[in-house]
Design a protein around this ligand. Structure first.
Ligand code: SF4
Ligand code: SF4
Length: 214
């Protein structure tokens, strides 16, 4: 039989490792719920407690959020050139917002490994270790909860993938600005999974404004 939620929380309170290792993606509805819980405006929450988290993947053929490389801001182009000798004509641009991290830890991790927004924590926090399926166990050697419970979150992981896909489709259809209304001014840019530098909202906007025509 599995562990009760109380037994699970006792194990987690001794650890908090996942709050120190991962960037936590949020979705627009979660942002509103968390800001309400914190009794601050959604604008203040997004601007002060979150940051941009943008990944780009080479992709030239038309499709979801595929943007033309030659229109990228010069600074972003130089970052890409320093890694790729022959940049492709386009990139799949994945624009996300994550909870801000302070000294590597989540902004909301309190002393004693307590979470300041526990009842409203985002989906990835609720389902960690969210990609636990047979064969992936070795990715979470630090997670006592997984070791003791053998938790299988594969169904919830699929639900999360579905929510994320819907989010990308919305951004593709109505744009990043209309999807969020408010957003952090700065954040990090990754080429595939490699951190290549900082990105501003203005630079992201320029990239997203030039989608490859379908
Ligand atoms: S889910 Fe695992 S890694 Fe995260 S706090 Fe609980 S025991 Fe630690
Ligand atoms: S929101 Fe809470 S549970 Fe999620 S990473 Fe931050 S401190 Fe951990």
């Amino acid at each position: 039989m599995g562990l009760s939620p109380k037994e699970e929380s006792v194990i987690c309170l001794n650890c908090g490792e996942c709050c120190k290792k991962y960037s936590i993606t949020i979705l627009p509805k979660e942002s509103k719920k968390i800001s309400k819980f914190l009794k601050i405006s959604n604008k203040k929450f997004l601007q002060e407690k979150c940051e941009l988290f943008v990944k780009i993947y080479p992709k030239s053929t038309p499709g979801l959020l595929t943007c033309t490389t030659c229109f990228f801001p010069k600074k972003i182009g130089l970052m890409i050139d320093s890694i790729l000798s022959y940049p492709p004509h386009g990139f799949f641009v994945v624009p996300q917002i994550i909870l801000k991290r302070i000294d590597g830890n989540c902004e909301f991790l309190l002393q004693g490994n307590k979470c300041k927004i526990y009842s409203k924590r985002p989906f990835p926090c609720k389902v960690f270790p969210f990609m636990v399926v047979p064969g992936y166990e070795e990715q979470y050697p630090f997670c006592e909860l997984f070791k003791k419970s053998g938790k299988d979150n594969v169904k919830k992981s699929r639900l999360f993938s579905k929510k994320i896909t819907e989010y990308f489709k919305t951004v593709d259809k109505i744009g990043f600005e209309k999807t969020w209304k408010y957003f952090p001014n700065n954040g990090k840019l990754f080429l595939s999974d490699e951190l290549i530098g900082e990105i501003s909202f203005k630079q992201l906007k320029t990239m997203l404004n030039h989608k490859v025509k379908k």
